[in-house]
Design a protein around this ligand. Structure first.
Ligand code: NAD
Ligand code: TDX
Length: 363
């Protein structure tokens, strides 16, 4: 296959490419990424220079740029991950989310339609469980749950899902969609809950928990998400969507206290001292109370189940951040952008805020 991966310099895309490129020398991979603040090419160092891997800096909102990549490279499979992905940023600046997540997805679909004859190719769209909105206690999202997004981020992802599905139905394009729960693991940008809290714990800074910390998220290790995406690309059914989850719904406050225990264990610090860093801050507007994924369809049809238990996965994630302080420092002080600015044009240079202690990262 000639596989075009969008957003391959981000958290999940780089994990996917680092896994697939060495494992599948029989396939060619092209990483298309504009390199926003969320991209870090250092994450791709292990596959740089491989014969079956190439990179193109392209903005998916640029219709002509996207068409030219398809004309030149002629992919027969697209795995679409490029997106603006952080809910807090979508609240403060929703426009970029509409452009990249909706228009960008549309540009890719249209370029694929122009390149492939009817019924040819495969467009796999990587989406989120957030499109379904919030759940009551005891409920789970199934693939048939109604769409009910609450944030500009999830509304833009819901829109992109609809566009992908409509290209499948109207133009007979082979499409598949995955709706996954919250990912965690190495190399996640420290604006998201888990890496933000690990970083603050290591620096003994306050841990900003929104509201009372009672919101529930279903956590999945990023490597399990990538295996699920690959299973769907290889063995899924066209036109279908697949929920992917960790069978691990947890309250945010419990995730934060677990991190306190793991960082205390790893650094020989007093756990109570770390727990005292928790501070409850103003809630996120439109904050969905509970997500939990029923992932029985992908388990039954494709045999995909999470391989990593949350407490082991979280322990090894804490270890990764401890052992990769240079990576953390470069992302925190902004120097991770230097290489991009020297070698590529840079669309966005924002780093995490210097003061993430009270209200989370400032977009
Ligand atoms: P990320 O923010 O870490 O990475 C996104 C990547 O997309 C970056 O490399 C960025 O440069 C690129 N990008 C952004 N705008 C672009 C544009 N206009 N043109 C080209 N490239 C662009 O995101 P992530 O956490 O790796 O998420 C990847 C995908 O998975 C997203 O579609 C997201 O909605 C979805 N998802 C994420 C999670 C999660 O927990 N992180 C869960 C479910 C689904
Ligand atoms: O400082 C914080 N304090 C806090 O309490 C941050 C950053 C988050 N939170 C809460 C908000 C959420 O309930 O923690 C939970 C997780 O927050 P995020 O890490 O921002 O993730 P979330 O909003 O759940 O969305 C993530 O999972 C689904 C990804 O960012 C999305 O891209 C993905 O689709």
């Amino acid at each position: 296959m000639r596989i075009l991966v969008t957003g391959g310099a981000g958290f999940i895309g780089s994990t996917l490419l680092n896994t697939l490129v060495p494992r599948h020398p029989e396939h060619q991979f092209l990483n298309v990424d504009v390199l926003t603040y969320a991209a870090n090419p250092a994450n791709l160092a292990v596959i740089e220079g491989r014969e079956n891997y190439e990179f193109e800096q392209v903005d998916i909102t640029d219709e002509a740029g996207v068409r030219s990549v398809f004309d030149k490279w002629r992919p027969n499979c697209v795995i679409h991950l490029a997106a603006e992905s952080h809910v807090d940023r979508s609240i403060h600046g929703p426009r970029a989310f509409m452009l990249t997540n909706i228009l960008g997805t549309f540009n890719l679909l249209e370029a694929a339609r122009a390149t492939w004859t009817e019924g040819e190719g495969l467009f796999h769209h990587v989406s989120t469980d957030e499109v379904y909105g919030s759940l009551a206690d005891g409920e789970f999202f199934s693939e048939d749950s109604p769409y009910d997004p609450s944030s500009p981020y999830s509304a833009s992802k819901a829109s992109s899902d609809h566009l992908v599905r409509s290209h499948g139905r109207t133009y007979n394009m082979p499409i598949r969609i995955s709706n996954c729960s919250n990912n965690y693991g190495p190399m996640q940008f420290p604006e998201k809950l888990i890496p933000l809290m690990i970083g603050n714990l290591l620096k003994r800074r306050p841990l900003p928990v929104y509201g009372r910390g009672l919101n529930v998220r279903d956590w999945l290790h990023v490597s399990d998400h990538c295996e699920a995406i690959w299973a769907i690309v290889q063995h899924g059914t066209n036109g279908e969507s697949y929920n992917v989850g960790g069978n691990c719904p947890m309250r945010n406050i419990d995730v934060v206290y677990t991190l306190c225990a793991l960082v205390a264990e790893a650094t020989g610090t007093d756990e109570d001292e770390l727990r005292s860093l928790v501070c409850f801050v103003e809630d996120r507007p439109g904050h969905d109370l509970r997500y939990a994924v029923d992932a029985s369809k992908i388990a039954q049809e494709l045999g995909v189940v999470p391989s990593r238990d949350f407490s082991d996965g979280l322990r090894s994630t804490v270890q990764w951040y401890l052992q990769n302080q240079e990576w953390v420092q470069a992302v925190t002080d902004g120097s991770y952008r230097d290489w991009i600015e020297q070698n590529y044009s840079s669309r966005a240079t924002a780093t995490i805020s210097k003061d993430t202690s009270k209200n989370g990262p400032t977009p």
